[in-house]
Design a protein around this ligand. Structure first.
Ligand code: ADP
Length: 252
């Protein structure tokens, strides 16, 4: 990493829901942190002076960066750093809080769903709230359903919620309803994925939900770790990518 070695490298991924910070030193990830995006200035105020700052995400231009790039560029750099050059991923799915991005690496196409909350993390946050739980708990509840799930047909969050309430009236176990919610979510995402792809990379904060990962693999009829690879750490892929993009392009 040439002359950049002496200073700390910070990647800030300032997304619409969460602000993520990645600290790199000597070419290694030393620290990662996420907070609500409206508090992103807290991150910036705590940063050391001897740093290079590389930003990406919705709010990326609101900070004094050394270099910034779009989330699409950051994603490609992040995935290549984490999985290596020969990763053989054709399509990336980034499920964030307010939007979902589908990046076709093979064709260099990109699709953004930010119009409808039903295929974004906000949908699951809305559902978790109804059950008095948190998004962190949804994955475990899904696994407790042991493969059972209800069918939720509505593609709109508000109408999907009416279906959920009807199932609760029928006394269907909560975990079975939650599994149904994840399947409905996964079908929505799967519609956006191009056909005939070999390997899909999944990341974004919502990929921390194992229920989403299992449902998506099932709907896409692929195996986790093979046809569907969760890129770890899922919420920090773009922050890492921003640094790698910076290293490559700032120190030319
Ligand atoms: P953005 O970049 O769009 O701000 P992120 O990629 O940071 O979004 O993802 C934010 C989403 O991830 C939120 O909807 C949040 O609820 C969800 N999320 C964060 N942590 C977890 C977790 N541990 N389990 C499930 N969902 C999570």
């Amino acid at each position: 990493m040439n002359q950049s070695n002496n200073k700390k490298m910070i990647g800030l991924d300032l997304g619409s829901t969460a602000a993520k910070m990645v600290l790199f030193h000597d070419g290694k990830i030393k620290e990662t942190k996420a907070i609500a995006s409206y508090k992103y200035e807290d991150f910036v105020n705590q940063l050391p002076d001897d740093k290079f700052l590389f930003s990406t995400g919705y709010f990326r231009k609101n900070v004094e960066f050394d270099l910034s790039c779009t989330e699409i560029t950051a994603a490609k750099y992040g995935v290549t750093h984490l999985l290596g050059e020969g990763h053989q991923i054709d399509v990336l799915i980034d499920i964030g809080g307010q939007d979902t991005k589908i990046i076709n690496i093979a064709t260099n196409d990109f699709y953004l769903n930010d119009k409808c909350s039903a295929g974004t993390g906000a949908f699951l946050e809305f559902m978790a709230k109804y059950f008095g739980s948190t998004v962190e708990e949804l994955g475990e509840m899904h696994l407790k359903a042991n493969g059972e799930k209800v069918q939720i047909n509505s593609t709109c969050s508000v109408f999907a919620m009416s279906e959920v309430i009807s199932y609760m009236v029928e006394k269907i176990p909560v975990q079975v309803v939650i599994a149904g919610i994840h399947y409905s979510f996964a079908r929505r995402i799967a519609q956006l994925v191009p056909k005939n792809v070999n390997r899909i990379g999944l990341f974004g904060g919502t990929a921390l939900n194992t229920g989403v990962v299992h449902a998506l693999a099932d709907v896409l009829n692929v195996k986790i770790g093979d046809g569907l690879v969760v890129i770890d750490p899922p919420q920090f892929v773009n922050g890492i990518g921003a640094i790698l993009y910076g290293v490559k392009n700032y120190f030319k």
